[in-house]
Design a protein around this ligand. Sequence first.
Ligand code: HH2
Length: 297
Amino acid sequence: MTAERPDFLLMGVVNVTPDSFSDGGLYLDPEAAIAHAIELESEGAAILDIGGESTRPGALGVSAVDELERVIPVIEGLLGAGTRARISIDTSKCRVAAVALDAGASYVNDVTAFRHNPEMAALVAERGADCCLMHMLGDPRTMQDDPRYDDVVSEVKAFLEERMAFAIGQGVAEERIMLDPGIGFGKTIDHNLELLRRLGELAALGRPVVIGTSRKSFLGRITGSDVGDRVFATIATNVLAYERGARVFRVHDVRPVRDALAVTAATVLGRWPPPSPTTNRPTSTTTTTTRAAQSPR
Ligand code: HH2
C-alpha cells in the first residue's frame, strides 16, 4: 500500500435552486445547502459546485440578482464553516462569477464555455481561477429538440478545442482549463453513450476531462429507474468514464461514486491509496430520494 492520493476528483453538486431536475427545492434554504455541501465534502468531494440556476431542458433563465442571492450566502457560509474543498461557481453569467470569486470561489464551471458572456474568460484569467468549459448544443430551452450531429465525438472535440483556444487567447493559462462533453446538453441517448464510449478521444486533448452523468434522464430511459434511484447507473457511467480517461466526476451521490472509483482506480493503476482523513468518515450509503422535476434531462 502506498500513501498516494487518488488521481481523480469528485465534484459534489449543490443546487441552490427551486427547479433542478433531481433535487430542485431541497437546498434552496442556505442553511440546508451549506449542511448538504459539508456532508458531500465529508464523503469525499474535493470540489463543491454551487449553482443558482437550473440548466434542465426547458428551464427558464434566472436574473443575476436572484442567482447571487441564492449562491453567495452558501459560499460565504461554507468558507465561514472552514471548508477545505474548493468552491466552484456553476454559472454562465460573468457578474455572478465575479462576485462568487470575490466571496472565495476559485473555480468557474460555465456550461456555455464562455459563449454566453465571453468576457468571463478575461475574468477567469485575471483571477487565476480554474475553469470547466462544457459543450452544449443550443441552449437549455431548446437543446433537446431533435439534436443532430454527423459525428458527435468529433464535433464535441472540435468545439472544446475551439473554446480552449478562445480561453487561452483571453489569457487563461492552459493548465487552468478542464473540458466536459456536456452529457445531456443537446444530446440523444445514443449521443451520450457514444461520447462515453469514445471519451478517450476527448482525453487526448490533454486537459482533465470532467464528466457529469449523475442521475440524468438517459440513465432512467435505459434502466427504467426514477430520478432518485439512478445511483447504480450513475456509478456504471463514471467507472467507464474513468477507465476512458475522465478525472473529474460531477455527482450528487458522492460517497457511492467515491467507493466505486477508488476500486476502479486501484485496479487500473495496480496500487491503492488509503482514504484521506476527509473522505473516510462513515456516512450513510443510502442515496437521497428526491422528487422528479417536470422536465427530465
Ligand atoms: N450538468 C448539470 C449542470 N452543470 N456542469 C458540468 N460541467 N457538467 C455537467 O454535466 C453539468 C453541469 C445538470 O445537472 P444538475 O445541476 O443536477 O441539474 P440542473 O441543471 O437542473 O440544476
